[in-house]
Design a protein around this ligand. Structure first.
Ligand code: FES
Ligand SMILES: [Fe+2]
Length: 396
């Protein structure tokens, strides 16, 4: 697809309407999105709780790139391309594990966790090791969430840090326990997954379990009075309540809202799931919803966190990783039941996955025309506009 064709497509985009078919189905346009959105912004990779000990690592696969996310000796986190500086072999062959040193399986060059080349056997005396460290990518963390950026120059991380820290701090994610990780592959364009999680227009009909936990999710109940009362309690308990919206130049959204009175957690029966996390003392923290464009969503209640990492595979395929985090002291069988913990978001997430796939199927047909967003879909408009703006920047 030529630059002029992309320009034309973008200029045809009607404000307040869903995107044209090509934005969801065209592989060349996806290639352009990859460059202008995914290669330039901070991407959520995972949680530090997934790599608690020095040398613990996991691989984040992004298109052809594979990034090793590894814990250093002092708790710090590094991110390197999984390619050897000798002749390019993949170094880590497993998707996760523990490595005191990163040793290439081909000719055994040895790297430290920070990517420094320590040993390159049988190389000449004048071989300069310093020039052959692993190629690292930008990595930063906010309260136990790991973000990477594969751009040469990463955008400022400060805004993400500033807006998410007050919401995340009470959970003490860095010390938390990973209770479960589940991966899904959806036959849908990645933006449809993102759009779906930015509106609750569909919730009343699609999510009976979610609507019985969250008051107002059906868009039929007035929650203003309850929210105002709860906000006072939350503020008195030192919990963040200030709404963060995505504005030009920023990528984060954060909100806290109440559970239905009497509901203690995100659970099918409304009862608590585990012990309160981190510094939470009770089951009264409501729900926090955090987003970072383009690929991070998270919902949390007093006793657990559910993170969602979205990864673009191709125009019609999206990988989704769910991760459930609980307090470090929670003991399975005693304090929580694993099936009860994962059930709520498995049910709700699978309902959403189905909606996204249905959406994609309709968009693929020749009959698809962009349609108007409802006023309650304002966050979807915000997201779609953000994507378009990033692509415009990419064109420049
Ligand atoms: S390719 Fe890694 S040591 Fe040769
Ligand atoms: Fe949904």
């Amino acid at each position: 697809m030529k630059k002029s064709q992309i320009e034309e497509l973008i200029s045809r985009q009607k404000p307040g309407f869903s995107l044209e078919q090509a934005f969801y189905t065209n592989e060349e346009l996806l290639g352009f999105e990859w460059k202008s959105i995914w290669q330039t912004n901070w991407l959520f990779a995972g949680n530090t709780a997934q790599i608690p000990r020095a040398g613990d690592y996991f691989i984040y696969n992004l298109q052809k790139d594979a990034i090793i996310i590894i814990r250093g000796n002092k708790g710090e986190v590094y991110a390197h391309y999984n390619t050897c500086a000798h002749r390019g072999s993949a170094i880590c062959l497993e998707q996760k594990g523990n490595a005191a040193k990163l040793i290439c399986p081909y000719h055994q060059w040895v790297y430290d966790k920070d990517g420094t080349l320590l040993n390159a056997r049988m190389m000449p005396d004048d071989f300069c090791k310093d020039e052959f460290n692993l190629r690292s990518v930008h990595v930063d963390t906010v309260e136990g969430l790991i973000f990477i950026c594969i751009a040469d120059e990463a955008p400022d991380f400060f805004n993400i840090q500033k807006s998410l820290t007050p919401y995340l701090a009470p959970f003490q994610i860095n010390d938390a326990k990973v209770a479960a990780i589940k991966n899904y592959t959806l036959r849908a364009n990645w933006k449809l997954v993102a759009e779906n999680f930015r509106e609750c227009y569909h919730c009343g009909a699609a999510h009976p379990e979610y609507c019985s936990a969250v008051i107002g999710a059906n868009l039929r109940e007035d929650t203003d009075v309850l929210t105002a009362t709860k906000q006072k309690t939350w503020q008195a308990n030192g919990l963040a309540t200030e709404l963060v919206e995505v504005t030009p130049g920023t990528t984060t959204y954060a909100v806290r809202y109440p559970l239905r009175p009497g509901v203690e957690s995100y659970s099918v029966d409304g009862k608590k799931i585990s012990i309160p996390m981190g510094t939470h003392k009770d089951y009264d923290a409501g729900v926090i919803g955090l987003v970072n464009y383009p690929n991070f969503w998270m919902d949390a209640v007093s006793d657990y966190i559910w993170t969602m990492r979205v990864t673009v595979v191709n125009a019609s395929t999206t990988d989704v990783e769910f991760c459930w985090l609980i307090d470090k002291n929670a003991v399975e069988g005693n304090d929580y039941d694993l099936n009860r913990l994962t059930e709520f978001w498995e049910i709700t997430g699978e309902q959403d996955g189905q909606l996204c796939e249905n959406n994609f199927r309709g968009i693929e047909t020749n009959g698809y025309r962009p349609g108007p967003y409802a006023p309650v879909e304002d966050q979807v408009i915000n997201f779609v506009n953000w994507c378009v703006e990033e692509m415009k920047k990419g064109l420049r």
